[in-house]
Write a protein that binds this ligand. Sequence first.
Ligand code: S3P
Length: 443
Amino acid sequence: MRAGPPGRGLSGRVSVPGDKSISHRALMFGALAVGTTEITGLLEGEDVLRTAAAMRALGAEVERVAPGHWRVAGRGVGGLVEPADVLDMGNSGTAARLICGLLAGHPLFAVLTGDASLRGRPMRRVTEPLSAVGARFTGRAGGRLPLAVEGAAEPVPLDYVLPVPSAQVKSAVLLAGLCARGITRVEEPEATRDHTENMLRHFGAVVRVEAEGHRRVIELEGQPELRAAPVVVPADPSSAAFPLVAALLVPGSAVTVEGVGLNPLRTGLFATLREMGADLAVSNARVEGGESVGDLTATFSALRGVEVPPGRAPSMIDEYPVLAVAAAFARGTTRMRGLGELRVKESDRLAATVALLAAAGVTAVVEGDDLVVTGDGSPAPGGGTVATQMDHRIAMSALVMGLAAARPVAVDDTGFIDTSFPGFAAMMNGLAGGDAIAPAAAP
Ligand code: S3P
């Protein structure tokens, strides 16, 4: 595909798909609850469909009632059954790591695999603590998938300090803790997204959270009876980021994205864009299904470079590629600090982001774990081809770059966009009023 300047501003009101993190968790908690959980607004992207298939393979009844409306009849905590075949998690690190936590607490055998991107990602960050719970893991060198899991018959509750700020690791330990007798305690030096804690409470578990600055301690009482509860999934702020940043960069634009999740542990990008001078307004703020949501309107803005502190990284960890695109249009230097974790995402996102910018004629440098982008306030040149590297967010960021740059930008493979944002190109074209994103002519 290729994205080029639309010749006019982007305008309109759109909805983006449901939150990926919440969608995975809704299916998993539905499978662990007693009774039938109704989920609305579920993201029907490839990643979440893998979780749905895995929950079926583990014995839950999972049914699609209507678009975004799913029903899960659960088996109760400790009630999952041994899957008859290998569980293929596709491109999804969240699915793979959280399911390791689920499996660790059940006395069963399972094998997890995924696509080439997922098979390259580190799993020790979950298998290490989950081994202390009593599960046994056998994987490839470096603790990578495919991974064989023997869950624990009598899982032990952990007292664990997260060595990396990762909601996936925190969630895996808490999910294993559901099956353990006693209190599982997780300490995180930097607060990460808290959808697991929120949903545990929503399904009836007892969870205590003590916050002290950025540090949090979470305690879960093991072996609760989780009861089915309806889940309303808000629109994903990580997906809303793409049309909103595009509107900030394409002159004459004003775009509203409706019902976006505004959980404070997810909104680092929006705070950063405002510091850069973005006109980004929230209206109709409300609470839906226990999460804060609002309509977000972005209007074309002249941006300036800022320093993004490392402590903000967990609240915008998936948004750095598109922030780097915005930084290329800002006047001055944007220094994004403390991005080491980007090296182990769907791609090495630090390198992939630098390559994306280079393809569009923008120089960016990596200094240690910092990404530094300097612009002069004029549009990036554009004109190159970006390698997606099996990473949906690199593909979408590159297409946003193409909409705003002086010349079109091509992307080698946009298939992975369906992992998190089915319908992305059509939605952006609707805002652009034409075929700004279209198949690229054969080279
Ligand atoms: C997620 C946590 C983050 C994020 C991912 C979703 C989650 O990963 O990048 O897209 O749903 O818990 P890490 O836990 O590796 O930071």
